[in-house]
Design a protein around this ligand. Sequence first.
Ligand SMILES: Cc1ncc(COP(=O)(O)O)c(C=O)c1O
Length: 423
Amino acid sequence: MFTQIEAESAISQARAETDKRAVRQPARIVSQFSRSFTLYEEAKKHLPAGASSNIRIYAHDPFPILFESGKGSRVWDVDDNEYVDLLSSYGAVVLGHSHPAILEAINRQLQNGTMLGTTTELEVEVAKKIQSAVPCAEMVSFANTGTEATMEAVRIARAFSGRDKILKFEGHYHGHHDYVLFSVESPSVVAGLEQAPSKLPYYPGIPDEVSRTVVVAPWNDPASLERVLKRNANDLAAIITEPVMGSAGIIPPKEDYLKSVRELADKYDILLIFDEVLTGFRIAPGGAQEFYGVKPDIACYAKALGGGTPIAAVAGRRDVMGMIGPGKIGYGGTYNGNSMCLAAANATLDELMRDDGAAFRHMHLIGTEIMEGLRDLMARYDQNGIVQGIAPMFQLYFTEAKRFSTIATPSRATSTSTESFGI
Ligand SMILES: Cc1ncc(COP(=O)(O)O)c(C=O)c1O
């Protein structure tokens, strides 16, 4: 077992390698992106690492491109280069940039106040729309980010069960709070065995005490999960999982895997939380739980729900969500359910559900076409690689492997996952 200090040092070493790559400035690239480069240099003087979210830096080599505007599927950078936006704000702008229906809804709401600080009719309306789309959503609570949603879900599960520990899977990202920031992306030298991954903090600043509340298991492997459950069931409040693994490229669940997780959660009397921050309102109207036919006890939504505005939701069983309330567990947030973001969510849901969910059929169609097109191109140019995922969320990997079904294979094969994922 490696100590936290050894793990942290290995992680810093891997990050330093990435940082070294980030300062390279190939002359040809700089000329086309000179303003991006200059602004990024300026940003570094004022924002730690030059950005307000690390992924905006280290997923972009040799330096990040800074964008200025977006409309529909297109974005323009500060050097006026035009792009088809495949980033889509990490899945948040599901309808494209500045969608007219969302703009109109926000503009209308702006005339009546951005937030009123009370429950509103609009809040009830959006909750009802989520309930009619999402199978597990007997009750809905709003928050602002995916991080907040998973944090609240974990607390609700703890209060409901009277137990403290949660089980998360290696490679899954559930946001930015301490309880879930373990074994997200581990350098191969400290990652442990595929069937028994080490429990490692994602980075420094996460108290050692918190690690005692987390149990880590490998994903897509029911036998290993049952082994871990047998040892820890009495202490576990919940299993939290991304139903489609989205932080190591896109890794779909093996056939019936989510059903096995549901059955094991029931067998050991543990709540099941689906983190649908990526899959929600993206792969199906009811998210992964509808797509795979597996109902969790609690589910978390953000990203696509707001169509590009910061809103999140926790949805779940009436008895479990009933833990929230005065005299029970606290649930708070000044901006929770603010009218401006609710207006955007309301318009987004209307657009997504229009014509019996035509938007989802469209996303599956064009996603499939792009995936097949990429495979054809790789074959034509004799390039090793795989394109895998579900059409509205997929990933191209440059690799000799035939398929990735867990983070373990790519991350243990090279020193950092970004090298093998070609992000
Ligand atoms: C699966 C998943 N859960 C939670 C989060 C955290 O969401 P947010 O960045 O809105 O806090 C993310 C963000 O990328 C995510 O992909």
